[in-house]
Ligand binder design. Structure first.
Ligand code: URA
Length: 184
């Protein structure tokens, strides 16, 4: 079930999608207090209005199922897909949190925030994913656990094929998931 920012149009997020509907927080029936937060919706998420339902979303959701993580909420820092899938700016993130994802500030009180990918990791911990992935951080938001973004795994698999090497990011992703499972 999804609620939250559904149907809200952009406020001061001038640089992205004037006409599209914000992709809201997905609320599940799991009362675990676990919030999963990525970077921004991709094309499939923007089309369906649900976060993490494209290729990397499937990888993430099945990895969570495999290790027994049952998120209560799933969302992104940004409520829209940025043009040409570029990285969100900090102004855009800030505007989305203030104007559209206000539940994050006010209502959710997650017991654990799983920050997916480098942008979410940087936002919550101020650290790069290479250093912070697979560890937990006590932040003003609560406990944050950054993991590698599955899109980075997919990208690395393609690159590895071209460069005739092993796909290393897959192992890193698994390491982060194992650390997360051990933390829970
Ligand atoms: N990548 C993200 O960070 N979030 C999504 O919802 C989909 C892909």
């Amino acid at each position: 079930m999804t609620q939250g920012g559904a149907g809200k149009r952009r406020g001061r997020v001038e640089s992205i999608h004037p006409d599209s509907i914000a992709v809201p927080i997905e609320y599940t029936d799991n009362h675990t207090g676990i919030l999963v937060i990525g970077e921004a919706p991709g094309a499939e998420e923007q089309r369906t209005g649900t976060p993490f339902v494209g290729r990397s979303g499937h990888i993430l959701r099945s990895a969570f199922e495999r290790i027994g993580v049952q998120p209560e909420w799933i969302t992104n820092l940004l409520c829209w897909q940025p043009p040409a899938n570029r990285d969100p700016t900090s102004q855009e993130i800030d505007a989305c949190l203030r104007e559209h994802n206000t539940q994050l500030w006010h209502d959710l009180h997650p017991r654990l925030i799983i920050a997916v990918g480098t942008i979410a990791c940087q936002f919550f911990t101020g650290q790069r994913i290479g250093a912070a992935g697979g560890r937990y951080y006590n932040t003003s938001w609560g406990i944050v656990f950054p993991i590698l973004h599955p899109a980075a795994v997919l990208h690395d698999i393609n690159q590895a094929e071209k460069e005739n090497r092993l796909p290393l990011a897959m192992q890193e992703f698994e390491n982060h998931l194992n650390a997360l499972r051990n933390y829970l």
